[in-house]
Design a protein around this ligand. Structure first.
Ligand SMILES: [Zn+2]
Length: 458
């Protein structure tokens, strides 16, 4: 299959220029002005930006959180991703049976994705417990293409500081990357019980039971633990100034510390938890949506290079059947938000169109840095001869409001309803194939391929 894009305004993390781009066999073959090849599919995209396809390194498809199962699987989730300008996802594997091996979950996730995913994909390993068997299995996971592993500091499978230390020693000597959900579990536990005893069970007490200091404390603790072991550390879904300050401090001292934030922390604020008619439940996620002043700090963190990636933590539940389980008690509401489809548009609109970041920084955080950090660069995350032809066309002039009716996520709401967008993706190309045009998915189910990722070497 061949494709010629004419007059593209090509944007990478470093430069912008106008050129034609010739694609064959799924690969970018040539980037030059005035390429003429008769009798192949040719599209003129003058006036539009061409960026490397979005890479979302934090999704949860098919996940069972105990009280509910998320509603997007690897088909609906990746169709939504593709429609929103994302051509690669790295999913966080969910927890398996107690005591299971790392490969147990890997095999299960291969099965989930194989015949369903419509874009290329990989997984992060999930660490449920630490013992010698798990530590010994890490090398074979890395050689099977999984170099990043997530540890939780809260929830049922939280790891102790000692476990984190053992894990980070192992990863630092094996080419692995430790990714962490940082929240101080004791604070959360205490506050939740306290609020429950006082009958404070509305959605805003979800936020109050997880204060930003409790995220900051956990970020700081992990930064110190990994400084002992010299292990690269990646903080997932950073939501607050306190956490960012600890990251700055560690990075300025020369530590290998990286951070991800998500659109919900950049554009929404805590007022969402006080919406009428139980709507506050729609926004229950962890860490919670913060007070407004954190937003500007996070944008600043992106501009200054302390936050390298913007992912989504997409974990979708239906409002009417699942989120509403928490209407009398926030603790019964499954945690998570949809967002895999709206990330690129929100980052372009809120970031570039509103002048908070330049367009190269936008490409860097939605595509290039995720590819580099997670071992798929330069196959993905760049526009260069020899790279996969994963490309997204953005029309900077489109103005519209985000509305659930136009999205493909398998939920009955979007937390970003009614936000006005200036500029958004209008075409998605995955390995040279146009799979989304005019907000319609036109590719084949199961066409996505597993990406065997390289060990950490950022
Ligand atoms: Zn997550």
């Amino acid at each position: 299959m061949e494709l010629l894009l004419k007059n593209a305004n090509i944007v990478t993390d470093k430069e912008n220029y106008i050129s034609d781009i010739y694609i064959a066999d799924g690969i970018i073959k040539k980037i030059e002005k005035n390429i003429e090849i008769p009798n192949i599919k040719t599209i003129d995209i003058e006036g539009k930006y061409l960026i490397p396809g979005g890479i979302d390194v934090h999704t949860h498809f098919n996940i069972d959180v105990g009280i509910a199962k998320s509603v997007d699987d690897f088909y609906t989730g990746t169709v939504a991703a593709a429609c929103g300008g994302t051509t690669t996802i790295i999913d966080h594997m969910g927890f398996g049976p107690k005591g299971c091996s790392l490969h147990h979950q890997l095999e299960k996730y291969h099965e989930f994705a194989e015949k369903n995913a419509v874009i290329d994909y990989s997984f992060h390993g999930v660490i449920q417990h630490i013992d010698n068997e798990i530590l010994n299995e890490i090398d074979s996971m890395i050689s099977d293409g999984i170099p990043s592993f997530k540890g939780y500091m809260t929830y049922d499978y939280k790891l102790s500081d000692k476990d984190m230390l053992k894990l980070s020693y192992k990863l630092s000597s094996s080419g692995g990357l430790l990714t962490v959900h940082p929240e101080n579990n004791d604070i959360i536990d205490y506050l939740k019980n306290k609020f429950a005893a006082e009958g404070k069970l509305s959605p805003k007490y979800h936020r109050e039971s997880r204060p930003s200091r409790c995220e900051g404390e956990a970020v700081n603790r992990m930064a110190d633990i990994t400084s002992v072991t010299d292990c690269p550390l990646y903080i997932v879904h950073l939501s607050c100034e306190e956490g960012l300050n600890h990251i700055k401090e560690a990075k300025d001292k020369g530590q290998k510390i990286f951070a991800e934030t998500c659109p919900q922390y950049l554009v929404l604020d805590e007022s969402c938890y006080s919406l009428p008619e139980n709507e506050g439940l729609k926004y229950i996620c962890s860490p919670p949506i913060r007070e407004k002043h954190h937003q500007e700090k996070l944008w600043e963190g992106i501009r200054e290079g302390y936050i390298q990636t913007v992912a989504t933590d997409h974990c979708s539940f239906s409002f009417s059947e699942q989120k509403l389980m928490g209407k009398d008690d926030f603790r019964k509401c499954p945690n998570g938000l949809p967002g895999v489809e709206t990330r690129v548009a929100l980052m372009f609109s809120e970031g570039v169109s509103k002048g908070r970041i330049d367009i190269n920084k936008f490409v860097e955080v939605v595509s290039t840095n995720p590819a580099k950090l997670f071992g798929i660069y330069p196959q993905k995350g760049c526009i260069a001869a020899g790279s996969d032809a994963d490309l997204v066309v953005i029309d900077p002039k489109i103005r519209k409001k985000i509305t659930k009716g136009e999205l493909h996520e398998n939920t009955d709401y979007t937390p970003f309803e009614n936000i006005e967008i200036i500029g958004c993706p209008v075409m998605t190309i995955s390995r040279g194939e146009i799979i989304v045009k005019d907000n319609k998915f036109i590719g084949q189910k199961g066409r996505g391929k597993f990406l065997k990722r390289k060990p950490f070497s950022y």
